[in-house]
Design a protein around this ligand. Structure first.
Ligand code: NAD
Length: 491
């Protein structure tokens, strides 16, 4: 049996013991994870520094802070999330008990990506634990040091059998995908997303695909450009542009292009100094393969700002490209690097047409002081998330579902959304073996009269207030009395 098969088999056996279903057990595991984040902060940050040159502050701000928040929320709320959720009744079920009960799915496979390796790998794990599942965690092999810390240290804190960490690259992931899971949660690019879905289809395993794509950013003429450009520069150049929801390109009217370039220049200088290469807050490209891919994208465009690079150091300066054409290389795929193309267009309508010609993005950004512009952009486009007058921050709001649509992914997570995503929301209807007279309308022989009653009971909608309920119960009592009387008389 391979290492991967052993891990999955052990996780399934552990799940079958039923211990992960106990809500107190889940809370204990979540608290252990909380302790892991506190006690092993140094190990986590050092690995991130080696993998992506993120400073300790940046590591905490973009990787672990969000996890701490999600853990706190899950620990506080898991009992409530796992409890039966009463639902509205209709006339047919007024005397019954109706609720949704979230139940664990079983064994979940979590496949993480490298750009925010802790955030995108541990965040689904928090939801998997809270929902009572077992979970096999496969960190991205691209973040060598982080994967090693996860493999070595997480098992010291978590139930090893229920939540094993399996490291490795494509062959190991494919071995995992050959096993049967109850859910696969994948974060990464769309091409691999299709392979994941193909493998999952063999066992009819549901998937969550957190993918990427080109997230557009429309800057309207009615807008404070200094603030807008500062926020766009932050969204784009954080983590060297290697953020799934980074604004991929800017759409604006031609007359605004030069001012936008000047404002971006000011913001870049403010954040990363005149020499981003020596600035501790500016990251690096993950590896030379990605360095070459990004450099190649610039070839047929005009550089307005930046462009400096160093292959040895995987460094590419914050770079702005001007007068970019839709058929330029940089517009053919997600950039996932620190290049910011500006495409001059004729205004809002043209921007909407341009966005709608492409795949549905993961995020869509619109900057404007005019509510009508924001509403029009919202109503006439589709994307995983829509954010007006800022970048990235919707990711940090756990009450908002985070996920893509179409080519940018399927399913969503964060906060309770992760819990629900990794649960089966079971419909429960508990009847008593009484009031059989009411059911006669559905039993043969079927008659027009019974159909009329059924139509009333199923289709009639009331907005019951207190008085309404009193009247309704009175009417039902009368109806039962009549039915019972009828039964006795006709026997
Ligand atoms: P990656 O190379 O780390 O791959 C992701 C995972 O897929 C890894 O664990 C890897 O082992 C596995 N994998 C790669 N090739 C595989 C194959 N052939 N078969 C099976 N498994 C395979 O990461 P990446 O794909 O370069 O990540 C970048 C992409 O992820 C971007 O498109 C980005 O937008 C997207 N992303 C999305 C989110 C989100 O939340 N939506 C978050 C981060 C990244």
């Amino acid at each position: 049996m391979s290492r991967e098969e052993k891990a999955v088999t052990a996780a399934r056996l552990a799940f079958e013991t039923g211990r992960s279903k106990c809500v107190d057990y889940r809370i204990r595991q979540l608290k252990n994870l909380q302790r892991f984040l506190i006690e092993r902060r140094q190990d986590i940050c050092q690995a991130i520094k080696k993998d992506l040159n993120k400073s300790e502050v940046v590591c905490e701000l973009f990787e672990t802070l969000g996890l701490e928040e999600e853990l706190g929320l899950a620990i506080r709320k898991v009992k409530e999330w796992a409890a039966p959720r009463p639902v509205q009744k209709n006339l047919m079920t007024i005397a019954d008990t109706l609720y949704i009960k979230a139940e664990p799915l079983g064994v979940v496979l979590i496949i993480g990506a490298w750009n925010y390796p802790w955030a995108v790998t541990v965040q689904p794990l928090i939801g998997a634990i809270a929902a009572g599942n077992a979970a096999v965690v496969k960190p991205s092999e691209v973040c060598v040091h982080t994967a090693k810390v996860m493999e070595d240290l997480l098992p010291l804190y978590l139930d090893n059998e229920l939540y094993p960490v399996v490291t490795g690259g494509v062959p190991e992931t494919q071995k995992l995908l050959g096993q049967k899971f109850d859910h696969i949660f994948y974060t990464g690019n769309s091409a691999v997303g299709k392979l994941i879905m193909e493998a999952a289809a063999k066992n009819l395993t549901p998937v969550t695909l957190e993918l990427g794509g080109k997230s557009p950013c429309y800057i309207d003429s009615k807008c404070n450009l200094t603030i807008a450009c500062r926020r766009v520069a932050w969204g784009k150049f954080t983590n060297c542009g290697q953020t799934c929801i980074a604004p991929d390109y800017i759409l604006c009217e031609p007359a605004m292009q030069q001012i936008i370039i000047q404002e971006l220049h000011k913001a870049i200088k403010e954040f990363y100094t005149d020499d981003p290469k020596t600035c501790p807050d500016y990251g690096r490209i993950i590896n030379q393969r990605h360095f070459k891919r990004i450099m190649n994208m610039m070839q047929d465009s005009t550089i307005a700002l930046g462009g400096d690079n160093d292959e040895e150091d995987c460094f590419i300066a914050p770079t702005v490209l001007r007068d970019v054409k839709p058929d330029a290389k940089v517009m053919q795929e997600e950039i996932f690097g620190p290049l910011l193309p500006i495409l001059p267009i004729g205004g809002l309508d043209e921007a909407i047409r341009f966005i709608n010609k492409g795949e549905k993005p993961l995020a869509l950004y619109v900057f404007s002081n005019d509510k009508k512009v924001i509403q029009k952009m919202r109503d006439e486009t589709s994307s995983g998330g829509l954010l007006a007058n800022d970048c990235l921050v919707h990711y940090s709001v756990s009450s908002l579902p985070f996920g893509g649509v179409g080519n940018s992914g399927m399913g969503c997570y964060h906060g309770k959304h992760t819990f629900d995503q990794l649960s089966h929301l079971r419909a429960c209807l508990i009847k008593r073996l009484r009031l059989e007279a009411v059911n006669k309308m559905r039993y043969p022989p079927h008659t027009a009269k019974k159909l009329g009653l059924a139509r009333f009971f199923i289709l009639k909608k009331f907005n019951f207030g207190f008085i309404g309920y009193l009247l309704l119960f009175g009417a039902l009592a009368l109806l039962f009395a009549l039915l019972i009387q009828k039964c006795f008389f006709h026997r």
